[in-house]
Design a protein around this ligand. Structure first.
Ligand code: ADP
Ligand code: MG
Length: 252
């Protein structure tokens, strides 16, 4: 699973050390440690409100932590805007509600971020967008608007759009939980193929089938803490903590 180290100092794609985060007086992340190797696939699960979204949003600085360190591909997230830009260039994110631009076509949704952030010529950006739309198997939707697509198709556009930026890390925040059941599979298939190609991924999901098939490790969070981290087989067959067992009993 380990690829060549991507920085001089560490093979970690993401290093989270002793991270605390508060929303005003609410303690949302408590002493979180997580080291993700380049090429590793992590699934994060846990009850609603346990801090899963907050954790992954801290990794691309959609939220800022107040204590501890987060280092992404060797770049520490701190007040430096240069560092924040550098990390965001390397990290793609896919949200529960797709967050596509409704007034842009599917093709433009995928091309525009490249044009704006990397001064990519339009023609190259559109060519790349088509390549990625083929990869998520919806090239025929390129000229439509997001509102004309199913949820599953929109989420695949969101994945293609993120991939157009050549990310080294992909973050997914419950990418299938807003989808009708019949559309979950088509999105998970794209994510599995991405995992098989060696993309470093952190996926917040309750799709335990995906965790079993694609994850190297599963992280269980509760009340802002990482309670348990284990390989899927161990995590599902013999969870150590009572809270993990309770959670698994509820969702499986
Ligand atoms: P999860 O993704 O595991 O459901 P979240 O990370 O979204 O949990 O939220 C963790 C906790 O932090 C929840 O109690 C939530 O209400 C709180 N929280 C999240 N975002 C904010 C915010 N912007 N302001 C205040 N509280 C927040
Ligand atoms: Mg969440």
């Amino acid at each position: 699973m380990m690829h060549a180290p991507q920085t001089a100092t560490t093979g970690s794609a993401i290093r989270i050390e002793g991270v605390d985060k508060w929303f005003a007086s609410f303690h949302a992340l408590k002493a979180v440690d997580l080291d993700v190797a380049a090429g590793e696939r992590i699934v994060v699960c846990g009850p609603s409100g346990s801090g899963k979204s907050t954790l992954i949003r801290c990794i691309n600085r959609l939220e800022s932590h107040q204590q501890g360190r987060i280092v992404v591909n060797g770049v520490e997230l701190n007040e430096s805007l240069k560092n924040i830009d550098a990390v965001r260039r390397d990290v793609g994110m896919v949200f529960q509600h797709f967050n596509l631009f409704p007034h842009l076509t599917v093709l433009e949704n995928c091309a525009l971020p490249q044009i704006l952030s990397r001064v990519t010529p339009r023609r190259d950006a559109e060519e790349k967008a088509m390549t990625l739309l083929e990869r998520v198997r919806i090239p025929e939707q390129a000229q439509k608007y997001p509102g004309q697509l199913s949820g599953g198709q929109q989420q695949r556009v969101a994945i293609a759009r993120a991939l157009c930026m050549n990310p080294r890390v992909m973050l997914f925040d419950e990418p299938t939980s807003a989808l009708d059941p019949e559309m979950v599979k088509e999105v998970l298939e794209v994510m599995v193929s991405l995992a098989e190609e060696g993309m470093t991924m952190i996926v917040v999901t309750h799709e335990m089938g995906f965790a079993k098939e694609a994850a190297d490790r599963v992280v269980f969070m509760d009340q802002g803490r990482v309670v348990e981290i284990a390989e899927p087989r161990v995590f599902f067959d013999s969870p150590k903590h009572e809270r993990t067992r309770h959670f698994l009993n509820q969702i499986i």
